[in-house]
Design a protein around this ligand. Structure first.
Ligand SMILES: *Cc1c(COP(=O)(O)O)cnc(C)c1O
Length: 372
C-alpha cells in the first residue's frame, strides 16, 4: 500500500480542468499574441473585479511586483522599510536590490504575522514604508497597521503572495480582500500559490490612479508611449498563456480556498487535542485561505517529527528554516525572539485543493502515532 502524498497536488488539480486548460492554451498560442495582448487585459479585468480593486497590473513574478511597488512609491537608496523577518526572502530582497534598507520586525508567535506594536518601535525618520506579509494565508491585523502608518505618514505595501482570496474586516466593518487594503498590494502566481499559473507570474494592485500609471510604466521599461522612456523601469510582463490559465483558475479560486480550509479544519479538530502541538491561531477580523497549514511543535521535537513522517512517505516543509535576519546578506545583529523560536518549532503539512480523505487520515494517524 504505497501512498503517494505530496505537499501540493498540482497534477491532481490539473487533471480536473485539463480539457478546459488544454483547449485554451492551444487557442492562445494560435492567436499569435504571446505577451500582454487581449488575454492579459482580460485577466487583469477579471481579477480586479474579483478583488474589488481599481487596478490590477500583471507582471513577471511576485518578487518583481514588490520591486516595482517600491519604485512606484519613489523609495530609494538610504530609505528604510519595515518588514517581518519571518517571510520568504523575496520581501527583503526586492528592497535590497534598490539599496533600500530593510529593518526587520518580529512577529506574533501564534499568528506568525507582524503587528503594529512590533513595528512601531522600529520607525525612525528614514522609515518610508511598512510591508506587512499575510503569511500562510491569514491577514495581518491591518486596521492597526493602517492607523499606525497614517500616524507616521508611511506607505503600506501588502505582500499578498500567500493570501490571495482572503477577506479582512476593516474598522468600517467592510470586507476587503487582502492586498487591496494598503497603498499597494503585490502577489505571485507561482504554481504552488493559491492562484498559481504553470510558470512564473505576478501582479500589483492599487486603487490609486497616479500609482497605477507609474506601476504600468515601470513594468514596461518606463515608457508611456512606445519607445518614449520617461522614467527608469524594468521588463516585467505576464505572458498570454499564463494569463489564460489564470483566467480559468480564477473561476475556481473560492472553491479551491474552501477545500484548503476544509482540510485545515480536519487537521485542527484532531491536533487541537494534542498537548505538544499548537494549531494555527485565527484572528476574528480575518479569513484564512491556508496557503500553508503550519503547526508549532513543542519541546524540541520538531525535527524528530519531520524525520518520522519522512520515513513514512509523508512530505513536510519548514517555512522557514533560517529567518531573513539570520541570512548572510541581511544579518544585522538583530535578535528577534519569536521569529528565532518559530524557526525551531514550525512544520507545514501537506494541504491541497483536491482533498483526498484517505491520504489526509493517513497523515493524521501518523502524526498521532508519533505521540503515542
Ligand atoms: C512566493 C512569494 C514571493 C515571491 O513570489 P515569486 O513569484 O516567487 O517571485 C514573495 N513573497 C512571499 C511572501 C511569497 O510567498
Amino acid at each position: 500500500m504505497e501512498k503517494n502524498i505530496q505537499m501540493v497536488d498540482l497534477m491532481g488539480q490539473y487533471s480536473k480542468i485539463k480539457n478546459e486548460i488544454d483547449k485554451s492554451v492551444i487557442s492562445t498560442i494560435e492567436s499569435g499574441r504571446f505577451v500582454n495582448g487581449p488575454i492579459v487585459s482580460e485577466f487583469s479585468k477579471n481579477l480586479s473585479k474579483f478583488l474589488n480593486v481599481k487596478y490590477v497590473i500583471p507582471c513577471a513574478n511576485g518578487t518583481d511586483a514588490l520591486q516595482i511597488a517600491f519604485m512606484a512609491l519613489g523609495l530609494k537608496a538610504g530609505d528604510e522599510i519595515i518588514c517581518p523577518s519571518w517571510t520568504y526572502i523575496a520581501t527583503a530582497e526586492a528592497a535590497a536590490i534598490l539599496g533600500i534598507k530593510t529593518v526587520f520586525c518580529d512577529v506574533d508567535k501564534s499568528t506568525f504575522n507582524a503587528t503594529a506594536n512590533l513595528i512601531e518601535p522600529l520607525i525612525n525618520n528614514k522609515t518610508k514604508a511598512i510591508v506587512p506579509v499575510h503569511l500562510y494565508g491569514q491577514s495581518c491585523e491591518m486596521n492597526d497597521i493602517i492607523s499606525l502608518a497614517k500616524r507616521y505618514n508611511l506607505k503600506v505595501i501588502e505582500d499578498n503572495a500567500q493570501a490571495i482570496g482572503c477577506r479582512y474586516k476593516t474598522s468600517e466593518n467592510e470586507y476587503k480582500y487582502t492586498g487591496t487594503i494598503g497603498d499597494i498590494g503585490t502577489t505571485s502566481f507561482y504554481p504552488s500559490k493559491n492562484l498559481g499559473c504553470y510558470g512564473d507570474g505576478g501582479a500589483i494592485f492599487t486603487n490609486n490612479d497616479h500609482l497605477a500609471e507609474k506601476i504600468k510604466m515601470i513594468s514596461n521599461h518606463g515608457e508611456k508611449k512606445r519607445y518614449h522612456h520617461e522614467i527608469v523601469g524594468c521588463n516585467s510582463r505576464l505572458d498570454s498563456v499564463q494569463a489564460e490559465i489564470l483566467n480559468i483558475k480564477l473561476k475556481y479560486l473560492n472553491q479551491y480556498n474552501l477545500n484548503r480550509k476544509e482540510m485545515a479544519n480536519n487537521y485542527n479538530l484532531v491536533f487541537s487535542k494534542v498537548d505538544e502541538i499548537e494549531i494555527p491561531k485565527l484572528i476574528s477580523s480575518s479569513d484564512h485561505v491556508y496557503h500553508q497549514y503550519t503547526l508549532k511543535v513543542r519541546n524540541g521535537k520538531r525535527d524528530d517529527l519531520k524525520l518520522f513522517l519522512d520515513n513514512l512517505g509523508i512530505p513536510t516543509m519548514i517555512y522557514y528554516p533560517i529567518p531573513i535576519h539570520r541570512q548572510k546578506p541581511y544579518y544585522n545583529g538583530q535578535n528577534l525572539k519569536n521569529t528565532d523560536l518559530l524557526a525551531e518549532e514550525v512544520i507545514s503539512l501537506p494541504i491541497h485543493t483536491e482533498i483526498d480523505n484517505s491520504n489526509q487520515n493517513y497523515i493524521i494517524d501518523k502524526v498521532l502515532s508519533f505521540y503515542k
